[in-house]
Design a binder for this molecule. Structure first.
Ligand SMILES: [Zn+2]
Length: 323
């Protein structure tokens, strides 16, 4: 098979994969009943991954490959405006009866029960919050363990997303490690040390109670399309944390198909914390769901640039094969 025909064959094979991905969602009939959790048909690796989202559903997803203000991005000083928390109003209702926690295949998501975000004379209502692992935005070049996205929508359909990085709490690890070092041969003591790792430890990076509560039940939704009710959720802890920091504001996009632009991003400088054991539970369910960093806002889409390079390489390869 010549090089060009190999390329054409691969393209045709990819087409079949797309067709099966769009068609083979066993949960779609249940979703129509209004009960089941819809499962995403896009992914994060291989042919359904973010390099190929535009082709999965064209033209609906075209902007994923053509947009010039795509998210996520590397949050370096020049790309955002730093605003004080006082420049916006943020309120989120507690959920004393718990909340639906769903595995969408692409993320795990908490369905919220009210909350408002206001800035620039615009008001948005909280729809849900979900998680990425590792973080999608980079904090001045550095990936964080996870990132929480709180998604808000205005009556006019405008979207705002508040992003909060999640780091692994180190205080609990240090405490347990010291105890292990002193008693490496004591099984009982090791069990106690492991128990300590899961318990919130007072300190500046004590695990965020909201996260510990949510992820205490994440293993019950390990299968995409399933949901569980969380224990009661107190939201004031995280809201207070957000209000204590600043926000890095920029206009970007959804980080998932259809990658719609005009999204008001507000990335918090306050970071949340998760205990090591909860992080591992979350990782075992989420796996990997982070879109690669996009080009600087205003610059050409990185996939367009890549496509030109790939086309040039393909022509070069075909030419070499013919010689
Ligand atoms: Zn997200």
């Amino acid at each position: 098979m010549g090089k060009l025909s190999q390329i054409l064959f691969l393209t045709a094979s990819a087409g079949r994969v797309f067709a099966s991905c769009a068609y083979g969602t066993h949960l779609m009939p249940r979703a129509e009943e209004g009960e089941a959790v819809p499962v995403a048909t896009f992914g994060y690796t291989g042919i359904t991954g973010p390099h190929n989202w535009a082709a999965l559903d064209s033209p609906a997803n075209n902007v994923c490959a053509t947009g010039t203000t795509q998210s996520p991005i590397d949050m370096v000083d020049s790309v955002f405006e730093l605003i004080d928390a006082s420049a916006l109003s943020i309120e989120v209702n507690d959920m004393p009866e718990g909340a639906d926690f769903e595995n969408l295949g692409s993320t795990v998501e908490v369905i919220t029960q009210g909350g408002t975000l206001s800035f620039d004379n615009k008001t948005f209502e909280l729809q849900q919050f979900h998680f990425h692992l590792p973080s999608e935005h980079l904090d001045n070049g550095t990936s964080q363990a996870m990132e929480m996205h709180m998604v808000w929508q205005s009556a006019e359909g405008e979207i705002a997303v508040v992003g909060a990085y999640i780091n692994i709490a180190t205080g609990a690890v240090a405490s347990a490690s010291v105890k292990r070092g002193l008693n490496t041969r004591s099984r009982l003591f090791q069990r106690q040390a492991e128990a300590n790792e899961t318990a919130p430890v007072a300190g500046t990076d004590a695990p965020t109670v909201l996260l510990e509560t949510i992820f205490s039940v994440v293993d019950q939704i390990s299968t995409p399309g399933t949901k569980v009710k969380t224990p009661p959720l107190v939201m004031s802890e995280v809201v207070d944390l957000l209000k204590a920091g600043q926000f890095q504001a920029y206009s970007g996009s959804l980080t998932t198909p259809p990658c719609s632009e005009g999204v008001n991003w507000r990335v918090s400088t306050s970071k949340l914390s998760i205990s090591p054991s909860s992080f591992i539970k979350a990782r075992d369910v989420i796996g990997f769901n982070s879109r690669f960093p996009q080009n600087t806002p205003g610059q050409p889409n990185i996939l367009m640039i890549s496509a030109l390079g790939a086309a040039a390489a393909a022509v070069s390869a075909v030419g070499a094969g013919a010689a």
